[in-house]
Design a binder for this molecule. Structure first.
Ligand code: URA
Length: 240
């Protein structure tokens, strides 16, 4: 990887700022001053220092995206725009992938990472990681639906869902609800409502485990998780 790109990724500034930094002669690779950002480095093999301080090699990247409708939760596709297409090149080089899927028309919290272990933990059916959705439903959602979801409903393929917590935010011609499910079957929320004769008209994931979507992120925007947020995710899916 190019030295300037890597330094920018490690948070040492924009590509422009990194260029200036390199010019100062403060950047060393394996003890040698490097002023040319085009130099190739393998950060897992080389020791890079700035002003005598070692720059720590970042192996994993953790991103939170507010997924917009119209893009698919995949890394690449020949026809469709993917969530990875929305990332900056400096993040794509870490080869992040989405943790689980949101439907093309679903919005909201999507984690992208290259940490296969964390992804596996979060998706493991054994872990029962709660996922919270906000949805708009055509028709009136009732206490009977709340009770049916609490007990489990039978989906179109005969599968009986695990208990889910349905909260009615507004009941009317167009109802608004929050739903917490602990599994991730294909189109699960939409199919659960279909099982009680209703249709989801808008769906947004707002929480995964204990990590909530940063509402400051506009649709299609994303940011790195803070160390604290990564810890929150990890504790949502402990390895023990
Ligand atoms: N359930 C759905 O039906 N769709 C999603 O995208 C996520 C959960």
């Amino acid at each position: 990887m190019r030295l300037d790109k890597w330094l920018a990724n490690m948070g040492l500034g924009s590509r422009k700022e990194v260029k200036k930094l390199l010019k100062t002669g403060m950047v060393n690779v394996d003890g040698e001053v490097k002023k040319d950002g085009k130099v190739q480095v393998d950060p897992s093999q080389h020791t890079v220092t700035v002003n005598g301080m070692e720059v720590e090699f970042k192996k994993h990247i953790y991103l939170m995206m507010n997924k917009p409708p119209g893009v698919i939760s995949a890394t690449e596709d020949v026809q469709e725009e993917t969530v990875v297409d929305l990332l900056e090149a400096e993040d794509v080089i870490f080869e992040p992938f989405p943790v689980g899927r949101l439907d093309k028309d679903t919005e909201g919290l999507l984690i992208l990472t290259n940490d296969g272990q964390l992804s596996h933990q979060l998706l493991s059916p054994k872990k029962h990681i709660p996922k919270t959705y906000y949805a708009k439903i055509a028709g009136t959602v009732t206490e009977d639906d709340v009770e049916a979801f609490r007990k489990g409903v039978i989906l179109d393929d005969g599968y009986e869902t695990k208990p889910a917590e349905l909260t009615i935010l507004h009941a009317g011609e167009q109802s608004e609800i929050e739903l917490i499910i602990t599994e991730g079957k294909f189109h699960q929320v939409k199919r659960m409502f279909r099982a009680v004769g209703k249709q989801v008209t808008y769906l947004k994931r707002i929480k995964m485990g204990d990590l909530a979507l940063d509402e400051a992120l506009e649709l299609g925007e994303y940011r790195e998780l803070t160390d604290g947020e990564v810890a929150v995710l990890q504790s949502s899916a402990p390895t023990f």
